[in-house]
Design a protein around this ligand. Structure first.
Ligand SMILES: Cc1cc2nc3c(=O)[nH]c(=O)nc-3n(C[C@H](O)[C@H](O)[C@H](O)COP(=O)(O)OP(=O)(O)OC[C@H]3O[C@@H](n4cnc5c(N)ncnc54)[C@H](O)[C@@H]3O)c2cc1C
Ligand SMILES: NC(=O)C1=CN([C@@H]2O[C@H](COP(=O)(O)OP(=O)(O)OC[C@H]3O[C@@H](n4cnc5c(N)ncnc54)[C@H](OP(=O)(O)O)[C@@H]3O)[C@@H](O)[C@H]2O)C=CC1
Ligand SMILES: O=C(O)C(=O)Cc1c[nH]c2ccccc12
Length: 455
């Protein structure tokens, strides 16, 4: 923790220095000095880390661009969504799901759980503020986090803090690929984050692009609403049954990985899948050469856990297509030369991290994919008090692991720092008065004197 040692000398002056730099910049309308970490994002990861910190006596502040906690779950997911892993693999630290919840809770139940979680740990995020930039001020040794109000809250704000926790998630922005002729297509084109149910698509020919868990489930939903869905499988995909041998495939995988090498575990899963689902390649769903768990661990690509789509493909209710070549006004041409007419297109093409767009740092986070460069389980910690929670490609379980690690790490510095830190903290910072200006002048004099004596 070299940076902490470096800070010791500066800390006493931080408050004044911070004000000074603010006077110079005049960039923001409000300024707030936050004791403890700032957490960007109030999804499950942000809530988990705030709770873990609280348990260790460390206060924190969550900044969330939306108007509520877990907006991904509340606003950007389809109605029929349920957790696809059993609930005990999805619980956040220190709070189990209610025993009356089913094994695979609905999204409404999951949101209710998260709301109860925030209430239990008295987590009250700042809503409707989007973090536009966050950068470490080398000179003064703290993070500057600039936000812009969205909707209800107007204006800008600059927060300053010693620790910054990135909790903006793997799914921060919908990924919308470009296809030739996309503008010519006359029907609606929407991302799955805007899809709620198949109801408006009754009787319509709908092309679903992408065969991850979202694409597969949206096809099932469309079919249940008597639409005619087709799914684009441009490459290969592992489809596994959600349960096998009376247990969840995920639980069984975890157990297998404890006792066997990953390739043996994969062989077992593939054998059981073959028995339960048959040869998926015959349906156009060719399996990757690498097994599902090894692929997940190498690339983060989640296998599809089948909740009924495969039966719809077998019965011909869902059609499988190859990659898209181009779009025309009413049709799609595929790479194998097939051309079909469609009324609507749903892009189940996944998401991207948005960290590179606002985090002015490139050591910890890759500019290319917006994920921490260090592989799991070591991606949670960077330099200068920077942390990441929820970028493990291991779902909510991964978020909980990160959250616990971060809280232990920050708490180990917090006690030593807190007294000194709090003494010079005021939140929010007042606007600059005559006294501030006198402080500023005095500080400048002191600095000059110091420079003279060291010379
Ligand atoms: C449809 C779907 C189903 C899933 N189901 C499961 C499952 O069953 N089990 C499982 O383990 N995992 C599942 N996952 C994966 C993962 O666990 C979830 O995506 C989970 O929501 C991740 O939590 P998070 O807090 O890391 O990210 P998010 O829930 O995305 O939260 C990030 C928050 O950051 C905010 N934010 C982003 N940028 C900014 C900014 N610049 N300023 C301020 N705020 C910002 C966002 O508004 C958001 O609220 C699922 C994912 C999806 C998409
Ligand atoms: N019930 C649940 O709990 C659910 C969980 N989830 C989770 O949410 C996360 C996101 O899932 P999802 O939204 O499915 O996204 P994914 O990133 O998992 O899948 C995206 C899919 O889109 C395909 N794709 C991307 N670009 C193109 C293109 N240009 N042309 C054709 N296909 C393309 C990808 O193909 P390729 O593989 O070739 O790149 C892939 O099949 C995952 O972790 C998933 O497990 C999602 C839904 C339900
Ligand atoms: O990434 C996801 O979507 C998850 O839900 C968590 C997850 C981690 N490893 C897996 C292996 C199989 C299925 C889901 C997961």
């Amino acid at each position: 923790m070299d940076y902490l040692r470096e800070l010791e000398g500066k800390r006493v002056h931080d408050h004044l220095l911070y004000k000074k730099s603010m006077m110079m910049s005049k960039l923001c309308e409000r300024r707030v000095w936050v004791p403890g970490p700032i957490i960007v994002g109030a999804g499950p990861s942000g809530l988990a880390v705030a709770a873990c910190l609280k348990q260790k006596g460390v206060p924190s502040l969550i900044i969330e661009r939306s108007s509520c906690i877990a907006p991904l779950w509340q606003f950007k997911t389809y109605d029929r969504l349920r957790l696809h892993l059993p609930k005990h693999f999805c619980e956040l630290p220190f709070m189990s799901f209610p025993s009356n919840f089913p094994t695979y809770p609905t999204k409404q139940q999951f949101v209710a759980y998260l709301e109860a979680y925030a209430k239990k740990f008295d987590i009250r995020p700042v809503f409707n503020e989007t973090v536009e930039t966050a950068e470490f001020d080398d000179l003064y040794g703290f993070w500057r986090v600039r936000t812009r109000g969205s909707k209800a809250v107007e204006g800008t704000c600059e927060y300053a803090c010693q620790w910054l926790i990135v909790a903006t998630g793997e799914n921060a922005e919908a990924y919308v690929p470009e296809f030739e002729g996309m503008r010519d297509f006359v029907g609606p084109i929407m991302h799955t984050s805007c899809y709620r149910s198949g109801e408006p698509f009754h009787g319509k020919r709908v092309l679903v692009v992408g065969c991850g868990n979202s694409g597969m489930e949206v096809c099932l939903d469309l079919s249940n609403y008597n639409a005619q869905p087709s799914i684009v499988v441009r490459d290969s995909v592992h489809v596994l049954p959600q349960e096998m041998l009376g247990s969840s495939t995920f639980g069984l995988s975890m157990w297998l990985l404890k006792w066997f090498p990953i390739r043996i575990a994969d062989q077992f899963l593939l054998l059981m899948s073959r028995i339960k689902l048959g040869n998926t390649a015959q349906l156009g769903l060719i399996r990757p050469k690498v097994g599902p768990l090894e692929l997940k661990s190498l690339t983060g690509k989640t296998p599809v856990l089948d909740v009924g789509t495969l039966a719809k493909i077998k019965s011909g209710n869902v059609k499988v297509c190859r990659g898209i070549k181009r779009l025309t006004s009413h049709a799609v041409e595929f790479v194998d030369g097939q051309v079909d007419n469609f009324d609507a297109i749903i892009l189940a093409t996944g998401y991207r991290s948005n960290a590179p767009s606002w985090l002015k740092e490139s050591n910890m986070f890759s500019k290319e994919d917006g994920f921490p460069r260090r592989p799991f389980p070591n991606g949670w910690k960077g330099e200068s008090g920077l942390y990441a929670v929820g970028f493990t490609k291991r779902g909510l379980l991964g978020s909980s692991m990160d959250a616990k690690n971060i809280a232990v790490d920050i708490a180990s510095h917090w006690k030593a720092e807190a007294k000194q830190f709090m003494a010079f903290t005021c939140s929010p910072l007042p606007h600059y008065s005559k006294q501030d200006e006198r402080d500023h002048a005095q500080m400048k004099e002191e600095k000059k004197r110091k420079i003279c004596t060291t010379k």
